[in-house]
Design a protein around this ligand. Structure first.
Ligand SMILES: C[S@@+](CC[C@H](N)C(=O)[O-])C[C@H]1O[C@@H](n2cnc3c(N)ncnc32)[C@H](O)[C@@H]1O
Length: 222
């Protein structure tokens, strides 16, 4: 097997360390000893954006919030799905993630951060949601491995009753908040359903070719 080469380490504010590795043409981001991301698996990250876009078809001047960037699969899928009048705000907690996208993973990034529809803010997506009122058509959240704060404990707030209410308040009427997860979570489904939004829980395969592990995405519409 091709050996894994360690390229860089970043500290997550309020969390652990993220390490970037290269193996052949692939990149891997590791949190503690768990693979948080692998550039070979992008199907469900892309589905987060494409399935949100299907639900919002026909709306003009869409404003999206994506948190966080990771390897940008969700962002690039969003840009392919959205019209020229759209605006996409990306909020990423770890500055090195954006440095890696512009550096060692530049080929994968494919210029998406320089698309005129995109703005990037370094910070906490929870804060961006908390400040917004009726602003977004879509909020796409893929910051942990599921609806609990894996990357940092403070992310737990995104998935509780108050965090869900804040996301709902940040949406325009008819807007959609979507949450990515490595698997189902019945308690989270229940919390979403009591938020006053219409909830659709979808199972998606990890790989773009429809194979690999099954991931869960919740779409909740205001
Ligand atoms: C699993 S990756 C996202 C994968 C992404 N959907 C893609 O297509 O590549 C999670 C990202 O969320 C970022 N993150 C974690 N907590 C965050 C927060 N509270 N606000 C913004 N970004 C956060 C991490 O640094 C990491 O870049």
């Amino acid at each position: 097997m091709t050996p894994r080469e360690h390229l860089d380490t970043a500290h997550i504010p309020g969390g652990d360390d993220l390490k970037l590795y290269r193996r052949g043409d692939d990149h891997i981001i590791v949190l503690d000893r768990n693979e948080l991301m692998n550039s070979r698996m992008s199907g469900s990250e892309e589905a987060l954006a494409t399935m949100a876009a299907e639900r919002l078809k026909g709306r003009a001047g869409q404003r999206w919030l994506i948190g966080g960037y990771g390897m940008g699969f969700t962002l690039r899928a969003a840009l392919r799905s959205l019209a020229g009048d759209a605006a996409v705000e990306v909020v990423e907690l770890v500055p090195e993630i954006i440095d890696w996208a512009r550096g060692p993973m530049e080929t994968l990034t494919d210029g998406c951060l320089d698309d005129p529809r995109v703005s990037v803010t370094l910070g906490d997506v929870g804060e961006a949601i908390g400040k917004a009122r009726g602003k977004f058509d879509a909020i796409l959240l893929d910051v942990d491995n599921g609806p609990d704060g894996l990357v940092r404990a403070a992310n737990d707030g995104l998935y509780g009753t108050q965090g869900i209410a804040a996301a709902r308040a940040a949406l325009k009427p008819g807007g959609v908040v979507a949450y990515w997860s490595a698997g189902p979570d019945r308690a989270f489904t229940k919390r979403l359903k009591t938020s006053g939004m219409a909830v659709d829980e979808v199972t998606v395969r990890a790989r773009a070719n429809g194979k690999g592990p099954r991931h869960t995405i919740w779409f909740a519409s205001r």
